[in-house]
Design a binder for this molecule. Structure first.
Ligand code: ADP
Length: 476
């Protein structure tokens, strides 16, 4: 238990162990208490009935025996009555027998008054030990003794009323109560042990999860949580924490990678500009239009690079915001092809595209960026002596397949796996000429994936390259 003092308000915080153990103990106390209460009430009333019946039966038996003896001898046998009376006394009943005239024949109190008193006291003690507030007292009942409906005498019975427990009955009741106390104690011990075991099984993995969350907050993502619980919810929590850790690790990697890549990409043009400038300032190089233009080109390249980095961080974010709408893809492709008309003409490039209306549900600006990147690459990486660009769109059920094939310089097999990587350029010197900085395909792939689609590339050196895009269409 931890005591937290919070701006004057005292909040009691309990550990899971305390809470679980206390609740188990509470359940046991309530259940055992209820059962013993119900059982005791039930037994009390049943036992009372049983004891009263027993007294009634005993009285009837005595009357029957007296009648039998009288019928046999036609006179009361004092010795027999004495045996009967002493037997009854042992069972807690004081009897007195009168003849038909009311004259006393035999009375237990006369025969042995000391024993009668001792018996009554013992019965009273029994009742007080069963119930400290017992308020019974000595009672007497009188019964006529009849022989064929002719009164032959009177029997008076005296006992501790309204009912009493003899020694055996009291032992039974006490044993019964002891049993409940034992059950209660054993259940409490079990509840305590179970509470501790259960709380350990829940709190141990939770403590590990807390430690892991602390590590995450310190930026330590490597260690994974083992599947240490068979509780569904805890297992889900562990999986979620592991996923969170992976996602954070990836984000962190991406951030570091991007910083490194950007620093690396900016260093080269800046060093070149710095070198040019220093040489001109020191008078080693004469300042002329050609040298200034070269510096200017590098600055333009850096600007383009920064613009691309902005685009890249915009689309690489997992939660990239897409403004989706339904539009005709063929119109978009035709518009972009139009923009490249003069470049294609200059390179003697033949473009084939049979425009067919295909509606897709996507972000038109982002999809334009995809086609711009792919078509500009096809034009850029085409040798001067002409070639072909072939665009095909097939509307499959639920998906649209787009292929963009060119007969350009192609990409070698070893480079093909890397072209979607950030800042990857196949031929650095050539790229410098074409102005490529190696992020166009990375952006393209990120946009397609953000739309739930895929992009793949096949290529052969000196023969050409084909990009295939699969994207969910309007039904999504
Ligand atoms: P860049 O801005 O350098 O063009 P990209 O990410 O668009 O960057 O392309 C990465 C590399 O893949 C390019 O440097 C180029 O070498 C190669 N590439 C991309 N498209 C084609 C293509 N159609 N034909 C040949 N090579 C290509």
């Amino acid at each position: 238990m931890v005591l937290v003092i919070n701006l004057g308000v005292i909040k009691l915080r309990y550990s899971l162990r305390t809470k679980l153990t206390l609740s188990y103990i509470l359940i046991v106390v309530i259940v055992v208490g209820l059962i013993s209460l119900v059982a005791n009430t039930y037994i009390k009333t049943e036992f009372q009935d049983y004891v009263m019946n027993r007294q009634e039966k005993q009285t009837n038996e005595i009357i029957g025996l007296i009648k039998q003896q009288y019928q046999a001898d036609q006179v009361f046998d004092i010795a027999y009555l004495e045996r009967l009376g002493m037997n009854a006394l042992e069972n807690g009943m004081i009897i007195e027998i009168l003849d038909v005239d009311g004259s006393l024949i035999w009375a237990a109190s006369h025969h042995n008054s000391g024993l009668c008193e001792a018996m009554m006291l013992s019965m009273q003690k029994n009742m007080y030990s069963y119930h400290p507030n017992w308020d019974g007292e000595y009672e007497e009942k009188t019964y006529p003794i009849l022989d064929n409906n002719i009164k032959i005498g009177t029997l008076t019975t005296g006992y501790i009323g309204p009912y009493y427990f003899n020694n055996e009955e009291l032992v039974f009741i006490k044993a019964f109560n002891k049993l409940f106390v034992m059950i209660g104690i054993i259940s409490l011990v079990l509840a305590f042990a179970l509470g501790i075991i259960m709380s350990l099984r829940i709190s141990n993995p939770l403590n590990k999860i807390v430690k892991k969350a602390l590590l995450l907050s310190e930026g330590r993502y490597k260690e994974k949580l083992d599947d240490i619980s068979n509780t569904k919810e805890i297992e889900m929590l562990i999986k979620t924490i592991n996923k969170l850790s992976e996602a954070l690790e990836n984000k962190e990697k991406l951030r570091k990678q991007l910083t490194q890549d950007v620093a690396h990409e900016l260093r080269t043009p800046l060093t070149s500009v710095q070198g040019h400038m220093e040489a001109m300032i020191d008078g080693i190089w004469e300042m002329n239009t050609v040298r200034l233009s070269s510096c200017y080109d590098e600055i333009i390249r850096m600007r383009r690079l920064i613009g691309s980095i902005e685009d890249l961080s915009g689309v690489e974010n997992e939660n990239v915001l897409l403004h989706k709408e339904e539009f005709d893809l063929s119109k978009l492709i035709l518009r972009i092809l139009n923009n490249y008309e003069s470049e294609c003409f200059a390179k003697n490039m033949r473009v084939t595209y049979v425009a067919k209306q295909v509606f897709i549900y996507a972000d038109p600006d982002k999809i334009s960026q995809v086609f711009n990147n792919l078509i500009s690459n096809a034009v850029k990486y085409l040798d001067e002596d002409g070639g072909e660009l072939h665009i095909d769109v097939i509307d499959h059920q639920g998906k649209v397949e787009i292929s963009i094939k060119d007969t350009g310089i192609g990409i070698s097999e070893s480079d093909l796996n890397l072209i979607f990587e950030r800042f990857y350029r196949v031929d650095k010197s050539r790229n410098h000429k074409t102005g490529g900085i190696g992020v166009g395909l990375t952006i393209t792939k990120a946009i397609i994936e953000a739309h739930g689609g895929t992009i793949t590339a096949t290529s052969k050196l000196d023969e050409g390259t084909a990009f295939t895009i699969m994207i969910p269409n309007r039904s999504c």
